[in-house]
Write a new protein. Structure first.
Length: 368
């Protein structure tokens, strides 16, 4: 089957959405589809997507004009229109997170799939108006709506009065990392790691506080661009806090395996890449599934949306009062020498993630 995925993102990129899109294309290719990823031509274009993301099943990459000389809004619509027209000519199905591309598919009668990762309220007023006027989600050419979480599915069904709710399928983020489970060991100093975007909503300030309060363990941050890490290093006066820029996906396994505990220290307002929207209610973070694959104890902020995957004291530990750094330190000290708890919870998490690998996710993509 000829499938095109239209994405507005830069590739390759440290942004998690880019990784998920590329892995979607890879595994669609693996199950015998001819896949084209249609993306803007950016300064990153000279870097190999396949090397950067460790892609084994290669697909076509079509780079389109970015229209960056136009105002931001105009460039979005121009890229959407020209990319759609390119895909329209040879694709049987078009996949996108781009609401305007999906609207064009329904107008020009091309089968399509949309992925929902955020509230439509962050889209332009034009897009919001289109989706308010036209019954896009029940259009027969929109063959499936992929919701990243049950929470986002429920919101769109309610907001748009979707009748054919069977077409709205919850497929959380997944992972393609494969690691062996290693039993935890007693250590004088634990290594606690965070992997992901560098911004306050993801808990970077909290990690600084934890390292300051808990001098008996070592804290590691892997993520962000070089200039972001440089700024943090200038701010960092702690000998037990270590800072590294974003690592590409083919290298991430060895860094995850060095950790004893992995952290999801989100605040009560989590913003997406670019700090454009609050995704606290709807997120399905890629890092969560990579953490689970590593078989390490996960300590997380107690957010309702994460409970779609995580269960406190079974496959993770939730910090109830998660805005208070003392609550984190107390929990870390509690589990430091409790090998039985760490092993049982980590193994449950490791076993659970088998339900969420990228390949299984993609098989469900095209199920009737």
């Amino acid at each position: 089957m000829q499938i095109s995925y239209i994405a507005n993102s830069s590739f390759p990129s440290h942004v998690p959405s880019s990784l998920q899109i590329v892995k979607t294309c890879e595994y669609l290719t693996k199950i015998n589809n001819e896949v084209s990823l249609i993306i803007p031509n950016t300064s990153q274009s000279k870097l190999s997507i396949f090397n950067y993301y460790n892609i084994k099943f290669k697909f076509n990459v079509i780079r389109m004009a970015r229209f960056n000389k136009f105002p931001l809004g105009a460039s979005y619509y121009l890229f959407s229109i020209f990319s759609f027209w390119k895909a329209y000519k040879f694709s049987e199905i078009i996949i996108s997170r781009n609401f305007f591309v999906v609207f064009l598919c329904t107008v020009f009668k091309k089968k399509c799939i949309i992925e929902l990762h955020h509230d439509i309220k962050i889209e332009s007023r034009i897009v919001q108006l289109i989706y308010k006027i036209f019954n896009i989600f029940d259009n027969k050419y929109l063959i499936k709506t992929i919701a990243i979480s049950q929470a986002i599915k429920n919101k769109f069904i309610k907001d748009f009065q979707i009748k054919d709710i069977a077409k709205v399928v919850v497929l959380p983020s997944g992972t393609s990392l494969k690691m062996k489970f290693l039993n935890p060991t007693i250590k004088k100093r634990l290594k606690l790691g965070y992997f992901g975007s560098i911004n306050r909503s993801k808990g970077i300030d909290l990690i600084f506080e934890l390292a300051k309060l808990d001098q008996s363990n070592d804290y590691f941050i892997y993520g962000g661009l070089n200039n972001q890490i440089l700024k943090l290093k200038l701010k960092n006066k702690l000998k037990n806090l270590f800072l590294f820029p974003h690592q590409n996906y083919r290298k991430i396994t060895k860094y995850l395996l060095k950790m004893d505990i992995l952290l999801i220290p989100y605040t009560n307002k989590v913003t997406s890449a670019g700090n454009v929207s609050n995704i606290t209610q709807y997120t399905s973070p890629l890092k969560l599934f990579d953490y689970m694959s590593a078989g390490k104890l996960i300590i997380s902020s107690d957010l309702d949306v994460l409970k779609e995957i995580l269960i406190d004291k079974k496959n993770c530990l939730f910090v109830k009062n998660y805005l208070n750094p003392f609550a984190w330190v107390m929990l870390i000290k509690k589990v430091k020498f409790n090998l039985v708890m760490r092993k049982v919870i980590s193994k449950n998490s490791f076993d659970k993630v088998k339900e969420f690998n990228h390949e299984k996710r993609i098989i469900r993509y095209l199920e009737n």
